[in-house]
Design a protein around this ligand. Sequence first.
Ligand SMILES: Nc1nc2[nH]c(SCC(=O)O)nc2c(=O)[nH]1
Length: 285
Amino acid sequence: NAFQLRCGRHLLDLSFPRVMGVLNVTPDSFSDGGQHVALDDALRHAERMLAEGAAIIDVGGESTRPGALPVSPQEELDRVAPVVEALVRELDALVSVDTSCPAVMREAGELGAGMINDVRALEREGALLAAAGSGLPVCLMHRQGEPQNMQQAPSYQQPVEEVVADYLARRVAACEAAGLRRNRLLIDPGFGFGKSVEHNLRLLKYMQSLQTLALPLLVGMSRKSMIGKVLGRPVEERLPGGLALTAMAVERGANILRVHDVAATVDAVNMTWAVLQEGGEPPLH
Ligand SMILES: Nc1nc2[nH]c(SCC(=O)O)nc2c(=O)[nH]1
């Protein structure tokens, strides 16, 4: 895909797969006195992921894990703003802000972030306008339900069609209707968001069908329960399973891999890419 994304000051070349490193903004450390230490830790962690080959650092202020409770816009801003500002100022990083909150989306653009990553695909009141106004690219992710209920009884008749042809196509159309052009959109099947293990496995197996939307494809499977349930591995032992999923996702057209373990993922991407390109210089380093 000859996708090129204008991400604020950065131009993101998607002619080969890119790695997005996950930066956890642990809520407690950013609201109370631990701000300074936590900010240094975050910067060092981001610096390491960039050095290992991450093209993007994903910063999220709201936990969207199953059962997570919603946070207030102010709370989310307090967690995210200092980190985004520091990443841009100190590391000139391409930062994506993982948020569903219009106020955070507006602020993200002001702080120099390069991308909005919304697990609710701009469905929140005001999010479409805020994202459109930010001028930034936006990742539209599929989910069924909300963190508090999405894993109770996820059900689909035709999972892949419902995620792609129905939901994501509709969200893309809604964005275009609001003046958010296609060349600023990315799509994401949302592994683990209101899906059973079988739904997740099927979505990956048939993921090339998302290419009908002809948009950059972002995927996030790193350390998720689909690995834990198949392999019986705890969170800290899911990297090998995650690398297998990364290889399969790259082979099925993923453009951005959202992961915690950047160095290992860079090798998996480069190895997969070498096969697909039948050799040549590995694109990531
Ligand atoms: N675009 C996108 N954003 C995400 N944010 C999270 S948070 C849950 C976790 O990392 O376990 N997952 C995803 C994902 O799959 N795609």
